[in-house]
Design a protein around this ligand. Structure first.
Ligand code: NAD
Ligand code: GLY
Length: 367
């Protein structure tokens, strides 16, 4: 059965369709959006080798011609050189204002292609076909698009909502376990920030999800997409509530910067560790129960995930240096660090009122 979640944004509203095997029906699903039977697809080389043929076949079945560009896989692609290449390729393909650009891939491809679609001819429509768990539950929804600058991650970009998000749960079967668990970091984030029942459900069903249980994966993806859709509909451009989605991210961004945005720490791994640290900080401030950090860590450990700073291979800078790196976070407002903290598992809020000495103490304890 196909699940549908709507992102309610007036005339820019769109559906997120979730189903096993949906890639094979991509032609049928995308056709209503087309003014001519043609789409351009941008993907990465890894995903192209695994899934582009299926997409091409599905489109051909509905008489839709496909032209594709495969970029190198990996975070390095999310910068000016591959962005320029993509935009120029789209122009060479004579993509018109009414055409649809398809992003087939993880968050790297989704962010880059979304941004290319935002600026091409002052904005063309695009469809997200997310292929990682992280992209299915987070990055493909909500219209944050962009690339990295030498000065930092995601510093160049635009809000540009997709016209459709097509989620095929089966596509995750080819995803390596490490990438799946990194995406699971974002899944846990949703339970922590707004749904205690979902967190409890994850404690029970997370291990089955990791083992490949499609029904459990589908249910979790739907819940995350629904939560994100609700938040984005309330606060599209992050003036308020949307910042809740950054739970764990102030710590995560410092850890990513400290590890050089390398394979030492994937984004979702940093989010999971960041959520544990944010829960520690909340408990230390007396905001949430003293049991909450232990409960979260027990779940992350049961999933086989990285939980503490000591799980990150190689040396890390001092806690002072990590706090300093947090100062470069996008969420800094008027020089003040902003954190998402927990009143309880399932109840988060944003605050700028945190003493950096406490943050340092939490980092020291987590070593
Ligand atoms: P990614 O796109 O680099 O994908 C991870 C790896 O998995 C890549 O090597 C890719 O080739 C491979 N892969 C993708 N799908 C696969 C599949 N089905 N089978 C086998 N291999 C597959 O990384 P990601 O974790 O998906 O996304 C991370 C990016 O998302 C970061 O750049 C981050 O900033 C961004 N992000 C954006 C938002 C947003 O709201 N826009 C939110 C969260 C994260
Ligand atoms: N991933 C954070 C957001 O979409 O706002």
């Amino acid at each position: 059965m196909m699940d549908k979640v709507n992102v309610d944004l007036g005339d820019r509203s769109y559906d997120i369709l979730i189903q096993s095997g949906l890639l094979k029906a991509a032609g049928q699903v995308i056709k209503p959006f087309l003014t001519r039977p043609r789409v351009v697809v941008i993907t990465d080389e890894t995903v192209a080798a695994l899934h582009l043929y299926t997409l091409g076949n599905a489109l051909a079945q509905d008489g839709i011609e496909m032209t594709a560009l495969a970029l190198p896989a990996g975070e390095e692609t999310k910068g000016w050189p591959q962005f320029t290449r993509t935009v120029e390729w789209l122009l060479d393909q004579k993509v018109e204002r009414q055409d649809i650009v398809v992003a087939l891939g993880g968050g790297v491809i989704g962010d880059l292609v979304g941004f290319a679609a935002a600026v091409l001819r002052r904005g063309v429509r695009f469809v997200q076909i997310p292929t990682t768990l992280l992209a299915q539950v987070d990055s493909s929804v909500g219209g944050k698009t962009g690339i990295n600058a030498p000065q930092g991650k995601n510093l160049i970009g635009a809000f540009h909502q997709p016209s459709l998000v097509l989620i095929d749960i089966d596509i995750l079967q080819t995803l390596p376990r490490r990438a799946f668990l990194a995406g699971y970091g974002e899944v846990v984030k949703y339970g922590l920030l707004g749904d205690a029942d979902f967190f409890e459900w994850l404690e029970q069903n997370g291990p089955d999800m990791a083992l490949g249980d499609t029904a459990a994966r589908g249910a979790a993806i739907k819940r995350c997409c629904q939560m994100k859709a609700d938040i984005v509909a309330r606060d599209e451009t992050e003036q308020g509530d949307r910042a809740l989605l950054n739970l764990g991210h102030t710590f995560c961004h410092a850890l990513e910067a400290a590890t050089g945005y390398s394979d030492r720490l994937l984004h979702g791994e940093g989010v999971a560790i960041g959520c544990a640290l944010a829960t520690d900080l909340s408990a230390r401030l007396g905001l949430c129960s003293q049991e909450s950090p232990g409960r979260l860590r027990a779940h992350l450990r049961a999933m086989g995930m990285k939980v503490d700073l000591s799980d990150i291979p190689g040396d890390l800078p001092t806690s002072d240096k990590l706090v300093e790196l947090m100062g470069q976070d996008k969420k800094v407002v008027a020089g003040q660090l902003r954190f998402v903290l927990l009143r309880e598992i399932g109840d988060a809020f944003v605050t700028a009122d945190v003493d950096p000495a406490l943050v340092k103490a939490v980092l020291d304890d987590a070593r």
